[in-house]
Design a protein around this ligand. Structure first.
Ligand code: GLC
Length: 458
């Protein structure tokens, strides 16, 4: 059954990607690579992406959501050393044997999604296939997947998708462009060189494989909020390399127009992308060295770890405290960005206890303060050391995160403040306004995680 699909893989490529009937009618061609390359060259030159109405609406919805949870889960979770362990020169044939022992007996999609939903997060982003090359769903296009290659035999993605639907949580899918296992991921990139791939296949077959998988993900798992690509940087040192993204992006947009495309390439967004992704930094900051790129006008998202690693790492119990995580979320919102906060589920299928604790505490905070973030946009005053501003309708929220003083000057101009109050208690806050801005007088040094002042604007 599965083999049958593999034989049509290459033949289907032309049709799948809308590369033109002539190519689809010529299945005998054995130089698919050549063909694909030529068509990319033409199509890239002509390609101009015009997002559909559904897509534009989905972007606004995405901006409103503000908070998502990233889940890095794969065979690497069993090794408990993070998701990059294979890159330490582990032979890919040996690595594949992990699948035979993968039995996450405690996995319960309903528990994951409930805990995530209770944190106030509006979507999850699940690693369907990470750099290790293992597919975490029942794919027809490789037997190296959670249903066919493990004793667990359950399609965890299907279970998650159903649970997300049921609980009203959005589902985004991480998909690695690079692959440390397959021989047709060739030429090799700058990572995964030590995994023992002595032979190599054809890029065209790998490209077709990816597109078939992506099509499957977008047709068998209900509405997908976003595809989160990663790995482009594997070829950032060979400028001739062509990932053939335009056709792939086109396919995604045709299959699900509302599905947003993001790519963790650490560049300004490419044609066809709908969101801009930052890694381990707030937009405009570059402490981790991955975020020097300009900020575009697309919806923004930044991903961050709760501890230090994306995939489960047994020795890393160094979780950021709840206050720090909330500050990150608020500072992201003030910069018009969503926070995609990561959890690395355990090999047994449970979310780590410390992660659950953080989710719960963030949720308690969101219960009270969520509406000062959801549906807002960054305020007129740019982010400051003391905190940020968000806005919605005639409300402005001043988020005071770090202030050693009993009062604060906020340089809002061009608007008249009618009322100021503590958001949580509703108690009025004294203020004085002149043409330079507004003085907020608290009468105390704020100690709250986030001292939110609501301004009503005339
Ligand atoms: C990097 C890492 C990858 C991780 C991703 C998440 O690209 O290579 O392991 O999944 O960041 O942001």
């Amino acid at each position: 059954m599965k083999m049958k699909y593999k034989t049509v893989l290459l033949l289907g490529l032309g049709m799948t990607l809308g590369l033109g009937i002539a190519k689809a009618e010529n299945p005998a061609s054995d130089s698919v690579a050549e063909e694909a390359k030529q068509s990319t060259a033409t199509e890239t030159a002509e390609y101009h992406y015009i997002p559909s109405e559904e897509n534009l609406q989905a972007r606004e919805h995405f901006r409103d959501q503000k908070f998502g949870i990233f889940l890095h889960w794969g065979l690497y979770s069993m090794l408990a050393q993070g998701e990059w362990y294979m890159n330490r020169g582990i032979d890919h044939e040996e690595y594949r044997k992990l699948a035979g022992g993968f039995y996450p007996s405690r996995f319960d999609a309903a528990e994951w999604v409930s805990a995530i939903k209770a944190s106030g997060a509006k979507y999850i982003c699940f690693t369907t296939r990470h750099h290790e090359g293992f597919s975490m769903w029942d794919t027809e296009f490789s037997d190296y997947n959670i249903v066919d290659a493990t004793p667990f035999k359950r399609d965890v993605l299907k279970e998650l998708a159903e649970e997300c639907q049921k609980q009203g949580v959005g589902l985004h899918l991480y998909y690695s462009h690079l692959d440390w296992d397959r021989e047709d991921y060739y030429p090799l990139g700058r990572t995964g060189r030590g995994t023992g791939r002595d032979h190599h296949g054809e890029w065209a077959s790998y490209y077709a494989f990816m597109n078939h998988q992506i099509r499957e993900l977008l047709t068998e798992y209900g509405p997908i909020g976003a595809i989160w690509f990663d790995g482009w940087w594997d070829h950032d040192q060979d400028s001739n390399f062509d990932w053939q993204l335009p056709e792939q992006y086109q396919m995604v947009h045709e299959l699900q127009p509302a599905c947003l495309i993001g790519n963790n390439h650490h560049q300004v967004p490419f044609e066809g992308e709908d969101i801009q992704i930052f890694e381990r930094d707030l937009p405009g900051e570059n402490t981790a060295g991955l975020s020097g790129q300009d900020i575009s006008s697309l919806p923004l998202e930044t991903c961050q770890t709760m501890n230090g690693m994306w995939g489960y790492k047994i020795a890393d119990q160094d979780y950021k405290d709840t206050r720090t995580l909330i500050h990150y979320l608020v500072r992201a919102a003030g910069r018009n960005a969503n926070l995609l906060l990561n959890i690395g589920p355990q090999p047994d299928g449970e979310l780590p206890a410390l992660a659950l604790e953080r989710l719960k505490e963030i949720g308690e905070w969101m219960e009270v303060y969520g509406s000062t973030l959801y549906g807002t946009r960054g305020g007129e005053v740019s982010p400051r050391d003391w905190g940020v501003m968000t806005r919605k309708g005639d409300k402005r929220y001043v988020h005071v995160l770090d202030l050693p003083d009993k009062g604060l000057f906020v340089p809002v101009t061009g608007m008249k403040v009618k009322r100021a109050k503590e958001f949580a208690s509703g108690k009025p806050v004294r203020f004085k306004q002149d043409k330079e801005g507004v003085w907020l007088l608290f009468g105390k040094v704020p100690e709250e995680v986030d001292y939110v002042i609501e301004l009503e604007i005339q």
